[in-house]
Ligand binder design. Structure first.
Ligand code: ZN
Length: 193
Protein backbone atom coordinates (compact mmCIF):
# COMPACT_ATOMS: atom_id res chain seq x y z
CA UNK A 1 0.00 0.00 0.00
CA UNK A 2 2.94 2.36 0.14
CA UNK A 3 2.55 5.15 -2.33
CA UNK A 4 -1.23 4.93 -2.27
CA UNK A 5 -1.66 6.94 0.87
CA UNK A 6 -0.31 10.10 2.38
CA UNK A 7 -1.19 9.91 6.07
CA UNK A 8 -3.70 12.55 7.10
CA UNK A 9 -4.46 13.70 3.57
CA UNK A 10 -8.19 13.97 2.95
CA UNK A 11 -9.99 13.41 -0.33
CA UNK A 12 -10.22 16.71 -2.22
CA UNK A 13 -9.87 18.19 -5.67
CA UNK A 14 -6.74 16.87 -7.37
CA UNK A 15 -6.14 14.03 -5.01
CA UNK A 16 -6.08 10.41 -6.10
CA UNK A 17 -8.34 8.28 -3.96
CA UNK A 18 -8.10 4.51 -3.72
CA UNK A 19 -11.23 2.79 -2.45
CA UNK A 20 -13.03 -0.48 -2.29
CA UNK A 21 -16.68 -0.08 -3.09
CA UNK A 22 -19.87 -2.03 -3.36
CA UNK A 23 -22.91 -0.61 -5.09
CA UNK A 24 -26.41 -1.93 -4.51
CA UNK A 25 -29.78 -0.80 -5.75
CA UNK A 26 -31.11 1.30 -2.89
CA UNK A 27 -33.36 -0.59 -0.55
CA UNK A 28 -32.33 -3.98 -1.91
CA UNK A 29 -29.44 -6.41 -1.65
CA UNK A 30 -29.03 -6.41 -5.39
CA UNK A 31 -25.44 -5.61 -6.22
CA UNK A 32 -24.72 -3.95 -9.52
CA UNK A 33 -21.01 -3.66 -9.03
CA UNK A 34 -18.26 -4.18 -6.50
CA UNK A 35 -14.51 -4.03 -6.35
CA UNK A 36 -14.55 -6.81 -3.79
CA UNK A 37 -12.28 -9.60 -4.85
CA UNK A 38 -10.49 -7.48 -7.40
CA UNK A 39 -8.26 -4.43 -7.50
CA UNK A 40 -9.52 -1.42 -5.62
CA UNK A 41 -10.78 1.53 -7.60
CA UNK A 42 -8.39 4.42 -7.98
CA UNK A 43 -9.55 7.75 -9.37
CA UNK A 44 -8.52 11.36 -9.75
CA UNK A 45 -10.93 13.54 -7.81
CA UNK A 46 -12.62 16.55 -9.36
CA UNK A 47 -12.28 15.74 -13.05
CA UNK A 48 -15.61 14.17 -13.85
CA UNK A 49 -14.29 10.64 -13.75
CA UNK A 50 -17.03 9.51 -11.40
CA UNK A 51 -20.76 10.07 -11.23
CA UNK A 52 -21.39 13.41 -9.51
CA UNK A 53 -22.66 12.28 -6.13
CA UNK A 54 -19.97 9.71 -5.64
CA UNK A 55 -17.05 12.08 -5.15
CA UNK A 56 -19.08 14.61 -3.21
CA UNK A 57 -19.79 12.06 -0.49
CA UNK A 58 -16.13 11.19 -0.19
CA UNK A 59 -14.70 14.69 0.12
CA UNK A 60 -12.88 15.14 3.41
CA UNK A 61 -12.49 11.43 4.08
CA UNK A 62 -9.14 9.88 4.93
CA UNK A 63 -7.71 6.38 4.66
CA UNK A 64 -9.39 3.92 6.96
CA UNK A 65 -12.80 5.55 6.88
CA UNK A 66 -15.92 3.75 5.75
CA UNK A 67 -18.76 5.64 4.15
CA UNK A 68 -22.22 4.54 3.11
CA UNK A 69 -24.46 6.82 1.08
CA UNK A 70 -27.39 6.68 -1.27
CA UNK A 71 -27.61 8.71 -4.45
CA UNK A 72 -30.81 9.62 -6.21
CA UNK A 73 -30.89 9.27 -10.00
CA UNK A 74 -30.05 12.94 -10.44
CA UNK A 75 -26.71 12.39 -8.73
CA UNK A 76 -26.06 9.09 -10.43
CA UNK A 77 -27.13 8.07 -13.93
CA UNK A 78 -30.03 10.43 -14.41
CA UNK A 79 -33.73 9.87 -14.81
CA UNK A 80 -35.06 7.20 -17.05
CA UNK A 81 -35.98 8.80 -20.37
CA UNK A 82 -38.96 7.17 -22.03
CA UNK A 83 -38.06 8.88 -25.28
CA UNK A 84 -34.62 7.35 -25.42
CA UNK A 85 -35.68 4.22 -27.21
CA UNK A 86 -35.66 3.44 -30.86
CA UNK A 87 -37.19 0.85 -33.15
CA UNK A 88 -34.79 -0.79 -35.50
CA UNK A 89 -35.58 -3.32 -38.21
CA UNK A 90 -34.61 -6.74 -37.00
CA UNK A 91 -32.71 -7.34 -40.22
CA UNK A 92 -30.16 -4.69 -39.16
CA UNK A 93 -29.39 -6.56 -35.97
CA UNK A 94 -27.17 -9.53 -35.29
CA UNK A 95 -28.90 -12.85 -35.98
CA UNK A 96 -28.86 -13.93 -32.37
CA UNK A 97 -30.18 -10.65 -30.93
CA UNK A 98 -32.01 -11.27 -27.65
CA UNK A 99 -33.86 -9.21 -25.09
CA UNK A 100 -31.44 -7.89 -22.51
CA UNK A 101 -28.43 -8.06 -24.79
CA UNK A 102 -26.09 -5.09 -24.89
CA UNK A 103 -24.96 -3.82 -28.25
CA UNK A 104 -22.56 -1.13 -29.32
CA UNK A 105 -24.29 1.54 -31.37
CA UNK A 106 -23.06 4.70 -32.98
CA UNK A 107 -24.80 8.00 -32.35
CA UNK A 108 -25.19 10.65 -35.01
CA UNK A 109 -22.09 12.45 -33.80
CA UNK A 110 -20.05 9.31 -34.02
CA UNK A 111 -19.89 8.36 -30.37
CA UNK A 112 -20.09 4.68 -29.58
CA UNK A 113 -22.59 3.93 -26.86
CA UNK A 114 -23.92 0.76 -25.35
CA UNK A 115 -27.59 0.15 -25.85
CA UNK A 116 -29.80 -2.54 -24.46
CA UNK A 117 -32.32 -4.61 -26.34
CA UNK A 118 -35.55 -3.84 -24.52
CA UNK A 119 -37.96 -5.87 -26.63
CA UNK A 120 -38.32 -7.73 -29.88
CA UNK A 121 -41.66 -7.10 -31.52
CA UNK A 122 -42.25 -8.83 -34.80
CA UNK A 123 -39.62 -7.70 -37.23
CA UNK A 124 -38.59 -4.76 -35.06
CA UNK A 125 -36.17 -4.54 -32.21
CA UNK A 126 -36.65 -1.90 -29.52
CA UNK A 127 -33.32 -0.60 -28.31
CA UNK A 128 -32.98 1.44 -25.15
CA UNK A 129 -30.32 4.14 -24.96
CA UNK A 130 -30.80 4.73 -21.25
CA UNK A 131 -28.01 3.69 -18.96
CA UNK A 132 -29.10 0.51 -17.28
CA UNK A 133 -28.95 2.31 -13.94
CA UNK A 134 -30.93 5.33 -15.15
CA UNK A 135 -33.81 6.15 -12.84
CA UNK A 136 -32.36 4.13 -9.99
CA UNK A 137 -31.28 5.20 -6.55
CA UNK A 138 -27.95 3.65 -5.72
CA UNK A 139 -26.37 2.86 -2.38
CA UNK A 140 -22.60 2.77 -2.17
CA UNK A 141 -20.58 1.29 0.63
CA UNK A 142 -17.05 2.62 0.47
CA UNK A 143 -13.86 1.82 2.28
CA UNK A 144 -11.17 4.44 1.79
CA UNK A 145 -7.81 2.73 1.38
CA UNK A 146 -5.63 5.65 0.46
CA UNK A 147 -5.43 9.29 -0.56
CA UNK A 148 -2.47 10.91 -2.24
CA UNK A 149 -1.83 14.12 -4.09
CA UNK A 150 -2.12 13.78 -7.85
CA UNK A 151 0.93 14.48 -9.95
CA UNK A 152 0.82 17.56 -12.16
CA UNK A 153 0.77 15.25 -15.15
CA UNK A 154 -2.29 13.45 -13.84
CA UNK A 155 -4.05 16.76 -13.21
CA UNK A 156 -3.19 17.94 -16.71
CA UNK A 157 -4.54 14.74 -18.25
CA UNK A 158 -7.58 14.57 -16.01
CA UNK A 159 -7.02 10.97 -14.99
CA UNK A 160 -4.84 8.91 -12.73
CA UNK A 161 -1.82 7.12 -14.04
CA UNK A 162 -2.24 4.71 -11.32
CA UNK A 163 -0.68 2.25 -9.04
CA UNK A 164 -1.38 -0.59 -11.42
CA UNK A 165 1.83 -0.13 -13.30
CA UNK A 166 0.45 1.69 -16.30
CA UNK A 167 3.23 2.76 -18.55
CA UNK A 168 1.62 5.97 -19.55
CA UNK A 169 3.44 6.50 -22.77
CA UNK A 170 3.21 2.94 -23.88
CA UNK A 171 -0.24 2.14 -22.74
CA UNK A 172 -2.91 4.60 -21.98
CA UNK A 173 -2.64 7.92 -23.61
CA UNK A 174 -5.24 9.30 -25.91
CA UNK A 175 -8.07 7.06 -24.95
CA UNK A 176 -10.41 6.78 -22.07
CA UNK A 177 -9.44 4.61 -19.19
CA UNK A 178 -11.50 1.88 -17.72
CA UNK A 179 -12.55 3.80 -14.64
CA UNK A 180 -15.68 5.15 -16.16
CA UNK A 181 -18.73 6.05 -14.12
CA UNK A 182 -18.42 4.86 -10.59
CA UNK A 183 -15.61 2.54 -11.39
CA UNK A 184 -15.42 0.50 -14.49
CA UNK A 185 -16.31 -3.08 -14.16
CA UNK A 186 -19.27 -4.29 -16.09
CA UNK A 187 -20.57 -0.95 -17.20
CA UNK A 188 -17.65 0.42 -19.15
CA UNK A 189 -18.58 2.16 -22.32
CA UNK A 190 -15.62 4.23 -23.39
CA UNK A 191 -17.64 7.43 -23.30
CA UNK A 192 -18.18 9.86 -20.53
CA UNK A 193 -20.88 9.26 -18.01
ZN1 ZN B 1 -2.64 10.31 -19.24
Amino acid sequence: MSGLNTPGLAIAQNTVATVHYTGTLAGTDERFDSSEGSDPLEFLVGHGNMIPGFERNLLGKVAGERVVFTLGPNEAYGDYDDEATQRVPRAQMPQDVAVGAQLAAQTQDGQVVLVRVAAIEGDEVVVDFNHELAGKSLTFSIQVLGVRAATSEEVAHGHTHGAHGYDHHGYDHGHHHDHDGYGGGAHDDCCDD
